[in-house]
Every structure is written in C-alpha cells, then in structure tokens.
Design a protein around this ligand. Structure first.
Ligand SMILES: Nc1ncnc2c1ncn2[C@@H]1O[C@H](COP(=O)(O)OP(=O)(O)O)[C@@H](O)[C@H]1O
Ligand SMILES: [Mg+2]
Length: 439
C-alpha cells in the first residue's frame, strides 16, 4: 500500500520545482546520496509543479520563490487546496523573516536557502513530514467525532487498549460480501458521511458504485432516476477515449453530493452492466486514485471481473456480514477461493451488521470464527430500524442520529482505519467454528 506519509525506512518522495536547473541539480545530487529522500519529479514552471504534485503525489514539494509563470507562494496555496497531503518547502536565494512569516500563512511548512546542504535538506524534509503526521494524529485524537465508539456486544477490551499507529495512508476500500442485503451500501454511505462531516481530517473521499446491476448507492445518497440520468455513471466513463488529466476534468465526470462526497453511480439502465469491464474498472481506479483519498467501492455479490479488480486493488476490503447461517456460510466459501483470486485475507476486515441480542449466533462466536478464517474483526453495528428508514429517504443515518449506537460503531470503524489499528486480538476457542468449521 502506498503510504501518504512514509514510515521509518521508507524514502520520502520529493518533487522539486525551479526554472534554475542549477538548483534542481543540487537537489538531485543530494537525493542521490541520501537515504532519507528521493527526487521523483521536477518542474520548471508553477503550473507544471502543481500538475506534478497532483500526478505523483509526492510527500514533499520543494518550490522556488519565483517561477516564470507564478510565485512559489501561489503554487503552495494551490497545492494545499488540491493535494493537501503534499507538504511544501519554499526555497529562495536568501530568505528573510518577513518571507518566512508570509509563507507560513500560505501553507508553506519551511523556508530554506537554495544553498542548503544535504544534511540540512534531509533534516527539513524529515521534519515537515513528521510534523504533518503528528498533526493528523493529534487532530484525529482531539476531534470528538473520532471518540472511539463501542458496541455492547463487541468483545470486551482488556484494560487499556494497546493501540498501534500503523498508517496515515491512501486508502482504497472495497465493500464486499457474497450475499445481498447485508449492509454493504449502507455501511459505505454512513462511513462516507462520517468522513465528509469531519472538518479536521483532510480527506477527499470518492464513492464508486461498481454494483452495476443492482447499484443503490445513488438512491442511498438521495439521488433519483433523473439525477442519475443527468449525472455521471460508470457507463459515461466507457465512452472516454482519453482519461481525464487534471483534477478539474475528473471532477466534471463525477456526481457531486451536497455533503461534498463525489461519486460515480451505477448505470441507470441495468442492461448497461456489461460496459464495466475489467479494463474500464482499472481505468476508473487509475484516475480517481490519483486525485481522491479514500476511494470507496461498492461491489457486486458475484465475483465478476470488475469486482475482482476492485478487491485486488483495494488497500482494504471491508466484508460487511450479518449473523445468519447463509451469510456466514457464503463468506466461508469466498474465503476458500479468495487467495487464488489474488485477494489476501490479511487485508480483509469484517463488520458485523444488523446485530441483535436474539440472533442465532452471538457476535462473540462470529468473531472467533472469523479469526480462524484469518479475518480481522472491526466492529459490530447494531440493528436499528432508523438505518433503513434514513436510507429509504436518501439520508445518512450517521448524520441524522449521531448519538445512536450505530453512529458510534461507524465512528469506531473510521477511527480504526484512519488512525490506529488494534493489535491482534487473542484467539478464542469454540464458537461458530465448530458449526462451519471446514478449516
Ligand atoms: N444496522 C442496520 N439496521 C437496520 N437496517 C439496516 C442496517 N444496515 C442496513 N440496513 C438495511 O438493510 C437493507 C440492506 O442494506 P444494504 O446496505 O442495501 O445491503 P447491501 O448493499 O449489502 O445489499 C437496507 O434496507 C438497509 O437500509
Ligand atoms: Mg448494495
């Protein structure tokens, strides 16, 4: 998985922009001797610097104070708006204090002289990335929406939960289960609502409805047939010979939801389902992954090519399941073939949905069983008639009733992905495994 901010041992990816080739050569020379960063791109104009920042998603953009078409501060501002994960360092012949103050106000992380030594540059690059990471983590901890929620049926936590930060990274999340009606679409829509409602976490989510024949993402977002007909679906994308090159072009090809979520609906006419070929699925993902993070994909229940592509290219697969025999049995069958399809189980996370006390199987039994399958349990979402009611009205229940247990569960999932990972839960004995245990 491509990390947005690198961990220890990863190279920091840098793009340098200056029309003065001498400075670029200096960065290149430093990079070639550095174990900290690599130069992955260069630009000689402001426009090209912005383009490279979007295309290459570097961790750091080093930009000169003056470029032929723009000043470096303008470039910093635009990059901050379009690709907020890119940290900007401004360089000048002899920077002074007023420049440093102004630069800070316009989103620049650090101002350096062009004569910077390798050691100084390494230190600066490392520091800006570490500061950005700390800020994200701090924001995630402070912001109340991210208080970890817990479902009473979820397994007990032993003393203080031992949490380990693993990634502040780009995510492509496929929502899958080989059975319909388990809550894939509703979980996706409510997670998207939790993400767009969050004012601190700087993510730009896009939702793709790959469930081409029964897709209900548009309806769940409150769009009617007319909206879908007038809007953008995967079918539209089949007709472009040339993929969109810029953020603006891409934005025109997506539907814009009032919450800020961007989406690509399933075709209005199910007869068009064949248009979403593996090749088109790849093309759509190539484009949206460049400009958006996270990419949320609603999948079909059958393992057709486009769904396999989504599952393979996902950084995570969220398996939304209910607690009934049929759902768990089908999940077991999926487990038996997923590796041969190139979908490793370690990236699969289970959300148990519509849980209730009087279900045939308890959440605890299911968690045991899932652990045996090699899946990580994420959360149990309770049955709540409000979820269905809100979905029928095209609303996200998460926003309508943020104090509900369901919303707390959604927050907990979001929290788990965008900040911390629980360490491995201890394996337990017994449970569903004995009923379904073919492994
Ligand atoms: N936790 C829940 N409590 C009550 N109803 C739910 C819950 N989750 C989903 N539903 C409802 O169950 C139905 C199926 O959910 P949906 O998300 O469309 O499933 P899928 O996408 O897997 O086919 C929808 O009517 C939805 O509103
Ligand atoms: Mg669905």
């Amino acid at each position: 998985m491509a990390l947005y901010l690198p961990g220890l041992g990863d190279y920091i990816r840098v793009v340098a922009a200056d029309d003065n080739q001498e400075f670029i050569n200096r960065v290149l020379l430093h990079a070639s001797a550095s174990t900290v960063f690599r130069l992955v791109g260069q630009a000689a104009t402001g426009r090209d610097a912005i383009h490279k920042a979007e295309q290459l998603a570097p961790h750091v953009l080093i930009v000169s104070r003056y470029l032929p078409d723009m000043v470096g501060l303008e470039v910093a501002e635009q990059v901050g708006r379009r690709v907020p994960g890119v940290q900007v360092i401004l360089v000048d012949e002899c920077p002074d204090v007023p420049l440093a103050v102004e630069a800070q106000g316009r989103g620049v992380r650090r101002v350096l002289p062009k004569s910077v030594s390798r050691e100084e540059l390494e230190q600066a690059v490392r520091e800006v990335v570490e500061t950005a990471r700390r800020e994200l983590e701090e924001a995630a901890r402070r912001f109340p929406l991210f208080a970890p929620g817990r479902h009473p049926l979820a397994p007990p936590k032993t003393e203080e939960p031992r949490l380990q930060v693993v990634t502040v990274g780009r995510e492509t999340i496929a929502f899958y289960h080989p059975k319909g009606g388990v809550g894939k679409t509703s979980t996706l829509v409510n997670m998207a609502a939790a993400l767009t409602a969050n004012r601190v976490l700087k993510v730009k989510p896009v939702a793709l409805d790959f469930d081409v024949d029964y897709g209900s993402l548009a309806a769940a977002l409150g769009w009617g047939h007319a909206d879908v007909e007038a809007g953008r679906t995967v079918v539209h994308w089949a007709h472009f010979s040339q993929p969109p090159q810029s953020l603006e072009e891409t934005e025109e090809l997506l539907m814009h939801h009032r919450t800020g979520l961007l989406a690509l609906a399933a075709p209005r006419n199910p007869a068009d389902e064949g248009l979403l070929t593996a090749e088109l699925a790849e093309r759509i993902l190539d484009t949206v992954q460049r400009f958006y993070d996270p990419v949320l994909i609603d999948c079909t229940i059958d393992l057709r090519d486009s769904t396999i592509i989504a599952l393979q290219r996902a950084s995570r697969v969220i398996l939304v399941s209910t607690l009934d025999y049929l759902a768990i049995d089908r999940l077991t069958k999926f487990r038996e073939k997923q590796e041969s399809l190139g979908i490793p189980p370690h990236k699969c996370f289970v959300v148990l949905n519509r849980t209730r006390n009087n279900a045939v199987f308890s959440v605890r039994d299911a968690v045991d069983y899932l652990a045996k399958l090699g899946y990580t349990f994420l959360e149990a979402l309770p049955y709540d008639p409000g979820v269905e009611d809100a979905m029928n009205r095209g609303q996200a229940y998460f926003l309508e009733n943020p104090r509900s247990e369901y919303a707390a569960g959604i927050r907990s999932i979001v929290h788990g992905i965008w900040r911390v990972y629980p360490e491995d839960r201890p394996a337990r004995r017994g449970g569903l495994g004995s009923l379904f245990g073919r492994r």
